[in-house]
Design a protein. Structure first.
Length: 318
């Protein structure tokens, strides 16, 4: 990969332990595999790394520095290497990234059929080789751009079945070998969660997660749980909370119109109740008591928390 200046003045450098290591791997020509529970931000991390790697910032209104393959059992050779469709020839994502110097993000790679995944072997064995050649769906030779890189993500590594992630397939050892020494676990990151999510939401969600782990007899950092509380879930909760608080406080939108209270509008309480609705009844009851959910629901719209929300919201607006 071309030597370039990374974008390092971003919070992720300190918030995400392996961010810099992933940058170094890609710049060295290594393929990276990010493994972790659903909702822990693996794909988002891959996208942020791609921007930082090329010295760019997100939302710079330029072409995306990455190509994403949403891997599943229906992902075909056409999606990866290209081929004929009813509308003509379609270039594959691997070829686009290889030719144009982008990061290929294989989102949920273990969900690929093992035979389809085998199409990646040749290219990923040549990631560090300058001007290496692979062939597209037309059997045309494609020369590797110096900036090509690959990041795969998955809930499991791909060595066998998982009780919680049943849609994954066992992958050939030769494919996994392409990522050897560059596999990173992306788990719960309380520091990042607390920096991204409003404090009341982060507090109750983290308490719920710890109670779930204790109930299931898991360690604090274990993300392979039957019921999960991830950053994605917290952000879902936060959006409901922010809208509710804007209505409670009568804040104004970007056009100067005040938010008004509405009957039966979505609230943080609704979001939390929806979360517990899909949980085992006895388990949910015990966890609600453990975290004093009723006490939280009776206090999060109090005067003190409303003022804290106003302060934090204005801070976010800059």
């Amino acid at each position: 990969m071309k030597r370039r200046t990374y974008t390092l003045d971003i919070p992720e450098i300190d918030q995400i332990p392996n961010f810099m290591k992933v940058l170094d791997d890609l710049s060295s020509g290594n393929n990276v595999f990010l493994v972790g529970s659903a909702g822990t931000g693996k794909t988002t991390l891959g996208e942020k790394v791609a921007y930082a790697l090329f010295g760019r910032t997100e939302n710079d209104k330029k072409a995306l520095p990455f190509v994403v393959v949403n891997c599943n059992q229906w992902t075909s050779p056409i999606d990866i290497k290209g081929g004929q469709t009813i509308t003509g020839y379609k270039e594959g994502a691997l070829i686009e990234a290889w030719r144009d110097g982008k990061i290929l993000i294989l989102d949920e790679m273990p969900k690929l059929d093992a035979n389809t995944a085998g199409l990646l072997n040749d290219a990923l064995a040549k990631s560090s080789k300058p001007e290496a050649i692979i062939f597209n769906g037309l059997n045309d030779p494609i020369v590797k751009h110096p900036d090509f890189g690959c990041i795969a993500t998955g809930n499991v590594i791909g060595k066998g079945a998982s009780g919680n992630y049943v849609g994954n397939n066992k992958q050939d050892a030769s494919l996994l070998d392409r990522f050897s020494g560059c596999i990173y676990r992306v788990g719960f990151n309380e520091l990042l969660e607390r920096q991204l999510v409003y404090a009341p939401v982060a507090d109750i969600c983290i308490k719920i997660r710890k109670a779930i782990l204790a109930y299931e007899g898991k360690e604090i950092g274990d993300d392979d749980t039957e019921d999960i509380m991830t950053l994605r879930t917290m952000l879902n909760m936060e959006r409901a909370y922010e809208l509710e608080m804007k209505r409670v406080t009568g804040m104004k939108d970007e056009y100067g119109n005040p938010y008004r209270k509405v009957r039966n509008g979505k609230t943080l309480k609704d979001a939390l109740e929806s979360y517990f609705m899909v949980m085992n009844v006895d388990k949910a009851k015990k966890i609600k008591l453990e975290v004093n959910l009723e006490g939280f629901l009776n206090s999060y719209k109090g005067v003190v928390m409303i003022n804290e929300f106003k302060t934090e919201y204005k801070k976010r607006l800059g």
